[in-house]
Write a protein that binds this ligand. Structure first.
Ligand code: BES
Ligand code: ZN
Ligand code: ZN
Length: 506
C-alpha cells in the first residue's frame, strides 16, 4: 500500500475520493471551494448527523468523489477524538466496501485551539484509524472476494505543521497500523493454523524485519528441565507442545546480554497465549467454543507491541513474554483437584482446568522477574466475567500500584482503548486460598471472577515491582463490526500499550 502526504490546497489533489468531516448544523465552510462542486440539493439534505454520509461526484476538477461524513453534535459524553475516530472509520469503510481503494482524508479545522496540545497525536491517530478501519481476514478463502484493502492513502494537510513533522507522524502511524493488523491476523487465525509452535514462528518472523529485536523460545524439553510446572500442566492434555516465547527489544547501541542492561527503563509485557481453550477436562459448553482460538489475543497484542516499540525505535528496553499452550481434554490432561508446582515454587490447586490462563501466566510472571523490570503489565483474555461486567467496550484493569494503574487508565482515554479499574484487597485474596496448596486457580462460587483471577496472578509478582493486569476478554474480539474495528479479532491493546511505552520512554 502506498501512503502519501499532500500539503497543497485539498481541491487541487488528484484522487479517487476525498473524505471530509462536517459537524451537525454547520456548513463545511472550510471546504468552500469543494463545496461548490457538491450538488446544492444533496448538500441541503445532509444533516451531518453522526455517521451520516454523503457521496458526491464533482462535475469538474481533479477530485473524483467527495465523501462528507457527519460528526453529529457535541451532546455526547464520548471523547470528541473518539467521535472523530469513528466517523473516520465509517468513511473509510464506506468507500473501500464500494471498491474505492485510493482515498485521501482532510480534517480541515474540525478541531479548535483547545486541542492544540493533542493535535500531533490526533493527526497520527487519524492516519492509524484510516489504515486499520478497512480490514478483512481473507487468508483462508480460495476465491478472493473483491478486495476492500486500501491501495493508496493520502493525508491532506495544509496545516501549520512542517512537512518533516508530518512525514514523521505518517511514518509512525504506518508502524502502529501495521502492528494492529499483525495482532488481528494472529487472533483471527484458526487454532489448527495458529498453534503454539506457529505463534513462536510468528514471533521469530518479526525479528527478521527489526534487527533490534531478538526472540528466544523454550520448547517442552527446556520448560521441563527449567521447572515451568504451570505451563506444562496446562498443555499436557494437548498433542501440541507448549512454547514460552520471549521477544526482546533493546534500543540500538545497547546490544548485549539483557541482564546487564540497566541504563534504561525495562518494561516486561506478559501476554496469555492459549491458542485454543476447550476448557480441558472442565470442558466448555458448545456455545462460543469456536471462538476460543482468540484466547491468545493478549499474547498477540504483546508481540505486536514489542514489534512497534522496535520499529518506532523507542528509547526503552521492552521484553514480551508469551506462554503459548493449547488447553485440551485427554487421558493425559490435568484434572480438577490436581496440585502442581509452578516455576516460582508455589503450589497451585487446579480447581478448574478452564482457568488455565492464570496457571501459564504464573510461570510467565516468574520468568518476567528475571529481566529485573521496572514494571510489568500482563494482558490476558482471562475471564468470561470481564466480558459480562464490561462488555466489549472496556477491559478490566487491576494491579498492585495505583500510579501505574492511573497511567494506564490515562493512556486508555487518550487512545480510546478504554479500561475500568477493579480492586484487589485481602478480602478478595481470601477467594483464592486453597485447603491443599499455596493458591487455588478458582475464586469463591464463581463470584468476582475478574478479581479472583488478578488476586491469583498477584501471588506471582514481587510486591516491589509495579504490576498491572489487563483482562481484555471483552474488547479482544467483536461479535459485530465497530466503526473502525472488524468483526472478530480487534488487535485491542496494541495502540494502548504502544502509547504507554512511548509515555514511559519520555
Ligand atoms: N479463556 C477463558 C475466558 C474467556 C471467556 C475469554 C470468554 C473470552 C471470552 C478463560 O480461560 C476461562 O475459561 N475462564 C473461566 C474461569 C473460571 C473457570 C474461573 C471463565 O471465565 O469461566
Ligand atoms: Zn479457560
Ligand atoms: Zn482461556
Amino acid at each position: 500500500m502506498i501512503v502519501n502526504l499532500f500539503t497543497d490546497a485539498p481541491g487541487t489533489l488528484q484522487t479517487e475520493a476525498l473524505v471530509l468531516f462536517v459537524r451537525d448544523g454547520q456548513r463545511p465552510r472550510y471546504i468552500k471551494e469543494l463545496e461548490q462542486q457538491i450538488p446544492p440539493l444533496a448538500l441541503a439534505s445532509f444533516k451531518a448527523k453522526f455517521g451520516e454520509t454523503l457521496l458526491a461526484f464533482p462535475a469538474k476538477g481533479t477530485v473524483k468523489r467527495i465523501l462528507l461524513v457527519g460528526l453529529g453534535d457535541s451532546a455526547t459524553d464520548r471523547d470528541p477524538v473518539e467521535v472523530f475516530r469513528r466517523a473516520l472509520g465509517i468513511g473509510m469503510k464506506f468507500l473501500t466496501k464500494q471498491g474505492v481503494l485510493d482515498v485521501a482524508v482532510y480534517i480541515g479545522a474540525i478541531f479548535d485551539e483547545s486541542f492544540d496540545d493533542r493535535f500531533d497525536a490526533i493527526i497520527r491517530e487519524a492516519i492509524v484509524i484510516s489504515l486499520i478501519a478497512p480490514y478483512g481476514y481473507e487468508k483462508h478463502r480460495s476465491k478472493k472476494e473483491d478486495s476492500t484493502e486500501l491501495r493508496s492513502f493520502t493525508w491532506v494537510a495544509p496545516l501549520a505543521r512542517t512537512k518533516e513533522k508530518l512525514a514523521t507522524l505518517l511514518k509512525e502511524a504506518c508502524v502502529i497500523a501495521d502492528s494492529v493488523r499483525i495482532a488481528r491476523d494472529l487472533v483471527n487465525a484458526p487454532s489448527n493454523v495458529m498453534t503454539p509452535a506457529a505463534l513462536a514462528r510468528a514471533a521469530k518472523q518479526l525479528v527478521e524485519s527489526q534487527p533490534t529485536l531478538s526472540c528466544t523460545v523454550f520448547d517442552q524439553k527446556k520448560l521441563a528441565s527449567a521447572g515451568f510446572g504451570g505451563i506444562l500442566a496446562a498443555a499436557q492434555g494437548s498433542d501440541a507442545e507448549p512454547q514460552l516465547i520471549t521477544l526482546e527489544y533493546l534500543p540500538a547501541g545497547q546490544a548485549g546480554k539483557s541482564e546487564q542492561v540497566k541504563t534504561k527503563k525495562t518494561v516486561v509485557l506478559v501476554g496469555k497465549g492459549v491458542t485454543f481453550d476447550s476448557g480441558g477436562i472442565n470442558l466448555k459448553p458448545e456455545r462460543g467454543m469456536n471462538e476460543m482460538h482468540m484466547d491468545m489475543a493478549g499474547g498477540a497484542a504483546v508481540l505486536a507491541t514489542v514489534y512497534a516499540a522496535a520499529a518506532l525505535q523507542l528509547p526503552i528496553h521492552v521484553v514480551g513474554v508469551v506462554p503459548a499452550v493449547e488447553n485440551m481434554p485427554s487421558g493425559t490432561a490435568s484434572k480438577p483437584g490436581d496440585i502442581i508446582t509452578s516455576k516460582s515454587g508455589l503450589t497451585i490447586e487446579v480447581a478448574n482446568t478452564d482457568a488455565e490462563g492464570r496457571i501459564i501466566l504464573a510461570d510467565a510472571l516468574t520468568h518476567a522477574a528475571a529481566f529485573k523490570p521496572d514494571l510489568i503489565i500482563d494482558c490476558a483474555t482471562l475471564t468470561g466475567a470481564a466480558l459480562v461486567a464490561l462488555g466489549e467496550e472496556r477491559a478490566a484493569l487491576l494491579g498492585n500500584n495505583q500510579k501505574l494503574i492511573d497511567s494506564v487508565l490515562d493512556v486508555g482515554r487518550q487512545t480510546g482503548e478504554l479500561l475500568w479499574q477493579l480492586p484487589i484487597d485481602d478480602d478478595y485474596r481470601e477467594h483464592v486460598k486453597s485447603d491443599s496448596a499455596d493458591v487455588k486457580n478458582l475464586g469463591k462460587k464463581g463470584n468476582a471472577g475478574v478479581i479472583a483471577g488478578a488476586a491469583f496472578l498477584e501471588k506471582f509478582v514481587s510486591k516491589d515491582t509495579p504490576w498491572a493486569h489487563i483482562d481484555l476478554a471483552g474488547p479482544a474480539m467483536r461479535s459485530e463490526p465497530g466503526a473502525y474495528q472488524p468483526k472478530g479479532g480487534t488487535g485491542w491493546g496494541v495502540r494502548l500499550l504502544t502509547a504507554f511505552l512511548e509515555k514511559e520512554s519520555q
